[in-house]
Design a protein around this ligand. Structure first.
Ligand code: C2E
Ligand code: MG
Ligand code: MG
Length: 655
C-alpha cells in the first residue's frame, strides 16, 4: 500500500549498510586469500614436495602472513560489530518510520507525497477517507485527477506549477470525490528539495472544509435573514442598498423604497397571542414575496415592518401599481387558528435620488412617510415629501412637551357620566384625560396617549390619572355628591406592571376611596396578552372589590373561551357598533349579539357613544343597563359634571 519512496531509501542507515556490506566483502576476500594460501600449502605438503633449503615450512608462517591473519581476525570482529550496530540502527529506523506512518495515518488531514513530476507516491488513511480513493487507485497519477473541474482543471494544475516555482501554496480548492461529489478543501502544498537545490518531491496536506464552510454559510445566512419569515433582514437591506446606490447615477437611475407596516398588528398579537401573530406574519411574507422579481426585493425589518426595494424604476405610476398589488395581497383574508383576519397596511415611500442618496436617508424618509400614512387613517400609502420631516420633528417636540406637561400640571381630567337606562340616574363617570396646552388649547387624548405609550410616559401619566380620579371621587363623596363609580382607563403597559396592584392599593389607601367606587377599564387586547397572568391580576383586583370593565368591546379579537375565564363586571360596547344601528340592520343585529353574549357571560352592558334618541331607544329595547354618549352629555370638567349629575338625577330621563 505504501511503496518505498525515494525519500525512505536515502536514510543514513541505508548508506551505512552499503559501507558494511563493502567491508564484509573485503574481509571475505582476505579470508579467501588466506584460505587459498593455506590450501596451496597443504597441497604442497600432501604431494610431499620437499622443501628447498631456505624455503619455509607451512608451520613456519612468514611474518607478513601472520600479520595479515591477525588483521583479518580483527577486521572480521570489527565488521561483525559494525553489522550488529547496523542491524540495530536499521531496526531503530524502521521503528521510527513505523511510528511516523502511524502518525501520518492517524492524522485527520489528508496527505499526499508526489515525486518531482507530481506523480503520487504515497497517501495516508485520511486521504482515502476524504477522497474515497484507495492508495492503489492513485499511485503514479497526478493530483489533478482529483480536481472537481469547479474552478477549471487549469487552475488546479496552476496551483501545483505555482508550488514548483515558489516553493509552497496554501488556499482553498474544490475537488471531486470518487463517488462524484465535489467538496471544498483547505490545502497546503510544499515543494521538497532533497539536496536543497533540486526539486525532488511535493507534499500536499489538506482537509475537507465542507462542514465548516456550510456552518459559516449558515451563520452568515442567519446574520442576514429573519428566522421567522426567512426574509433578508435589516443588515441585508443596508448591504443591498449600498450595492445598488454605489452603481447608481442620479438622473439616470431611479429607485423606490417602500416601508410596509401592518395596521393594528399589535392588537392581533395581543389578542390572539404571539403564535398567531407569527403565523400571520409568515403568511403575509409569503404573499408579498410572491410579488417580487429581479427588480424588486423584499426584506423584513422586524416586528410587522417589511421593506420592498425597487430598482430600475421607470416612473411613480409603477410604484403606485406595486403598492396596490402589495396592499391587495395583504388585504386578502387570512385564516389563522380559525380566525379570519382582514389586514390592512400603511406604506411609506421614498425615492432615489430626490428623497435621499444613501441608504439611511431613504429608510428614514420612507419611515416618516409611513407614519404619515398611519396618521392619515391607516390603510393607505404616502410618498415622502419634505414637509413631513417637519411633522416628524413635531412629534418629537410633542414628546418632550408632554414630559413638561406632566411636570407642570397641564393635564386635566374630564368626566363623562354613565346613565342607568331604566332609572335615568347617573351611576358612574368615566375619567378622560385632556392636555390643557398653554398655546394650543385643549388637546384630546388620541393625540398624546399613543405618544405617551411609545415613550414610556404612560406610566407616570396613568398613575396621575388614577390618583386624581380617586381623589375627585373621594371629594364628591365628602361633599355628599353621589356620582356612582369612577371609571378609569388603564393602558396595557400600566396593567402589565408587576407593581400595578400595589400602586392601586396605595392610591385607594391614600385617597380613602372605597374600593367598590372604583372601576378600571381595560381593553380586550390588554387582557388577551398573557392570559393567565391577566386573569390573576384581574382576580386580585376584583377580590379587593374593584369593578372591572372591558373597554371598546368588539374591536379586539377576544376568544369567547377566554372571556368566560376573566373575572369581569361589565362589557363596554365600542361606539363604532352604535354608529349605524338605527339605519343598518346588520349593525343592529351585531349589537344585539354583543348584548346577548354579555348576558350569557353574566356581565352588565354599557353602550358607549350614544349620540341620538333612536340609538338610546334601540338600547332600551335590548335592556342594555348603562349608556354613555353625547346624547346624554359630553365629557366635562369636574365642576360641571356635578351639575349634570344633579340635573339628570332630578329630571326624568329626557329620551
Ligand atoms: P374610551 O375609553 O373609549 O373613551 C370614550 C371616548 O369616546 C372618549 O373620547 C369620549 O369623549 C368619546 N365619546 C363619548 N361619547 C361619545 C359620543 O357620543 N360620540 C363620540 N363620537 N364619541 C364619544 P376621548 O376622551 O377623546 O378619549 C379617547 C380615548 O383615549 C379613550 O377611549 C381612551 O381609550 C383614551 N383615554 C382617555 N383618557 C385616558 C386615560 O386617562 N388613560 C388612558 N390610558 N387612556 C385614556
Ligand atoms: Mg374608556
Ligand atoms: Mg371605549
Amino acid at each position: 500500500m505504501y511503496p518505498e519512496s525515494n525519500i525512505l531509501t536515502q536514510s543514513p542507515a541505508v548508506a551505512g549498510r552499503k559501507f558494511v556490506l563493502f567491508a564484509m566483502g573485503a574481509v571475505v576476500l582476505i579470508w579467501c586469500l588466506i584460505g587459498l594460501d593455506l590450501w596451496i600449502a597443504s597441497r604442497h605438503a600432501a604431494a610431499k614436495i620437499s622443501f628447498l633449503p631456505g624455503e619455509t615450512t607451512p608451520s613456519e608462517l612468514p611474518t607478513w602472513k601472520l600479520f595479515l591473519l591477525v588483521l583479518s581476525v580483527l577486521l572480521t570482529a570489527l565488521v561483525a560489530q559494525a553489522y550488529r550496530q547496523l542491524l540495530a540502527t536499521k531496526r531503530q529506523v524502521e521503528a521510527g518510520l513505523a511510528l511516523q506512518r502511524l502518525i501520518v495515518d492517524h492524522a485527520s488531514e489528508a496527505m499526499i507525497l508526489t515525486d518531482s513530476a507530481q506523480r503520487i507516491l504515497s497517501v495516508n488513511s485520511a486521504f482515502e477517507q476524504i477522497t474515497g480513493y484507495a492508495g492503489k487507485d492513485v499511485f503514479g497519477k497526478t493530483p489533478t485527477m482529483l480536481s472537481a473541474g469547479h474552478q477549471g482543471l487549469a487552475s488546479h494544475r496552476n496551483v501545483w506549477d505555482f508550488v514548483a516555482e515558489n516553493g509552497s501554496w496554501e488556499g482553498e480548492i474544490w475537488d471531486r470525490r470518487k463517488d462524484g461529489t465535489i467538496y471544498p478543501k483547505q490545502m497546503r502544498i510544499t515543494a521538497i528539495c532533497e539536496d536543497g537545490v533540486q526539486l525532488s518531491h511535493f507534499v500536499a496536506v489538506f482537509s475537507d472544509i465542507s462542514e465548516s464552510r456550510a456552518q459559516a454559510e449558515r451563520l452568515e445566512y442567519l446574520a442576514r435573514h429573519d428566522p421567522l419569515t426567512n426574509l433578508p433582514n435589516r443588515l441585508a437591506l443596508d448591504a443591498h442598498l449600498d450595492t445598488l446606490l454605489e452603481g447608481a447615477t442620479p438622473g439616470i437611475n431611479r429607485l423606490a423604497l417602500l416601508i410596509i407596516d401592518l395596521d393594528n398588528f399589535k392588537t392581533i398579537n395581543d389578542s390572539l397571542g404571539h403564535h398567531a401573530g407569527d403565523r400571520l406574519l409568515s403568511e403575509l411574507a409569503r404573499r408579498l414575496g410572491a410579488q417580487m422579481d429581479l427588480t424588486k426585493r423584499l426584506f423584513r425589518l422586524g416586528g410587522d415592518e417589511f421593506v420592498v426595494v425597487v430598482d430600475q424604476l421607470i416612473n411613480e405610476e409603477a410604484v403606485i401599481e406595486l403598492v396596490q398589488q402589495l396592499a391587495g395581497g395583504i388585504g386578502d383574508p387570512c385564516n389563522i387558528d380559525g380566525h379570519v383576519l382582514h389586514c390592512t397596511s400603511s406604506i411609506g415611500i421614498s425615492m432615489y435620488p430626490e428623497d435621499g442618496r444613501d441608504a439611511q436617508a431613504l429608510i428614514r424618509n420612507a419611515d416618516t412617510a409611513m407614519y404619515y400614512a398611519k396618521a392619515n387613517g391607516r390603510n393607505n400609502h404616502k410618498f415622502f415629501t419634505e414637509p413631513m420631516n417637519a411633522a416628524a420633528n413635531k412629534r418629537l417636540h410633542l414628546e418632550s412637551e408632554l414630559w413638561c406637561a406632566l411636570a407642570e400640571n397641564q393635564l386635566v381630567l374630564y368626566y363623562q357620566p354613565q346613565i342607568d337606562l331604566l332609572s335615568g340616574k347617573v351611576v358612574g363617570v368615566e375619567a378622560l384625560v385632556r392636555w390643557r396646552h398653554p398655546l394650543r388649547g385643549l388637546i384630546p387624548p388620541a393625540e398624546f396617549i399613543p405618544v405617551a405609550e411609545e415613550c414610556g410616559l404612560i406610566l407616570p401619566l396613568g398613575h396621575w390619572v388614577l390618583l386624581t380620579a380617586c381623589r375627585q371621587a373621594r371629594e364628591w363623596l365628602d361633599a355628599g355628591i353621589d356620582m356612582g363609580e369612577m371609571a378609569v382607563n388603564i393602558s396595557a403597559h400600566q396593567f402589565r406592571q408587576p407593581e400595578f396592584i400595589s400602586s392601586v392599593q396605595a392610591i385607594l389607601a391614600e385617597t380613602g376611596l372605597p374600593t367598590g367606587r372604583l372601576e378600571l377599564e381595560i381593553t380586550e387586547s390588554t387582557i388577551m396578552h398573557e392570559v393567565d397572568a391577566a386573569i390573576q391580576t384581574l382576580a386580585q383586583l376584583r377580590a379587593m372589590g374593584i369593578k372591572l370593565a372591558i373597554d371598546d368591546f368588539g374591536t379586539g379579537y377576544s376568544s369567547l373561551a377566554y372571556l368566560r375565564r376573566f373575572p369581569l363586571d361589565r362589557l363596554k360596547i365600542d361606539r363604532s357598533f352604535l354608529a349605524d344601528v338605527e339605519t343598518d340592520p346588520d349593525a343592529a343585529s351585531l349589537v344585539t349579539s354583543i348584548v346577548l353574549l354579555g348576558r350569557s357571560l353574566g356581565l352588565q352592558l354599557v353602550a358607549e357613544g350614544v349620540e341620538n334618541f333612536a340609538q338610546a331607544e334601540f338600547l332600551r329595547t335590548l335592556e342594555c343597563e348603562r349608556v354613555q354618549g353625547f346624547h346624554f352629555y359630553q365629557p366635562v370638567c369636574a365642576e360641571e359634571v356635578v351639575g349634570v349629575g344633579r340635573f339628570l338625577e332630578s329630571a326624568a330621563l329626557q329620551t
